[in-house]
Design a protein around this ligand. Structure first.
Ligand code: CA2
Length: 145
C-alpha cells in the first residue's frame, strides 16, 4: 500500500466555519496537512470530500479496484445510508481495511446519531477524538508499512 484514501461525507467541507464547539476550528486542508505530516515515508494521503452519496460510493469502488485502505467519515450518511454501507462492505470483504471515524462522539449527541449502519462492516471505529480520530486510524492502517 502506498496510498491511503481518506474520505469525508456531506457538510464536512464546511469544517472550521461553523459549530467550532462540536467540530473544532480547523478545516479539511488542516486535516490533510496533519495526516500528510503523520504518514510514514512513502505513504500518500489522498483526502477527499463530497456531499454526493454516489460519488462517495464510487470512491469506495476505487479503493477495491486499487487495493487501497480507507479511512472514512461518512458524516450524516453514517446513520441511514444502506447504499454506502453496502459499498463499504465491498472494501472489507475484499480484505482491505476500512476505518470509520468521527470527529465528535455521536453517542454523546442526539439519539439519531447513536445508530451507525456502517460500523458493523467496518474494520474498526474511532470517534470523539477530533482530528486525532483520523490520525489514530492512519497509524493503524500504516502500522505494517
Ligand atoms: O462527528 C463527526 O465526524 C460526524 O460524522 C459529523 C457529521 C455528523 O452528521 C455525524 O453525526 C458525526 C456532520 C458533519 C457536518 O460538519 C459540519 C462542520 C461544520 C459546520 C457544519 C457542518
Amino acid at each position: 500500500m502506498s496510498t491511503v484514501l481518506v474520505l469525508n461525507g456531506p457538510n464536512l467541507g464546511r469544517l472550521g466555519s461553523r459549530e467550532p464547539d462540536v467540530y473544532g476550528s480547523a478545516n479539511l486542508d488542516d486535516l490533510r496537512a496533519l495526516l500528510t505530516a503523520s504518514a510514514p515515508d512513502g505513504v500518500t494521503i489522498d483526502l477527499r470530500q463530497t456531499d454526493d452519496e454516489a460519488e462517495l460510493i464510487h470512491w469506495l469502488y476505487e479503493a477495491v479496484d486499487n487495493s487501497l485502505p480507507v479511512i472514512i467519515n461518512p458524516a450524516a450518511f453514517t446513520h441511514y445510508s444502506y447504499a454506502l454501507r453496502d459499498a463499504a462492505a465491498l472494501v472489507t470483504t475484499a480484505g482491505l481495511e476500512l476505518i470509520e471515524v468521527h470527529i465528535s462522539n455521536p453517542h454523546a449527541r442526539e439519539t439519531f446519531r447513536h445508530t451507525s449502519v456502517v460500523s458493523a462492516i467496518a474494520t474498526g471505529v474511532i470517534a470523539g477524538l477530533g482530528f486525532d480520530s483520523y490520525r489514530l486510524a492512519l497509524d493503524f492502517v500504516t502500522r505494517k508499512h
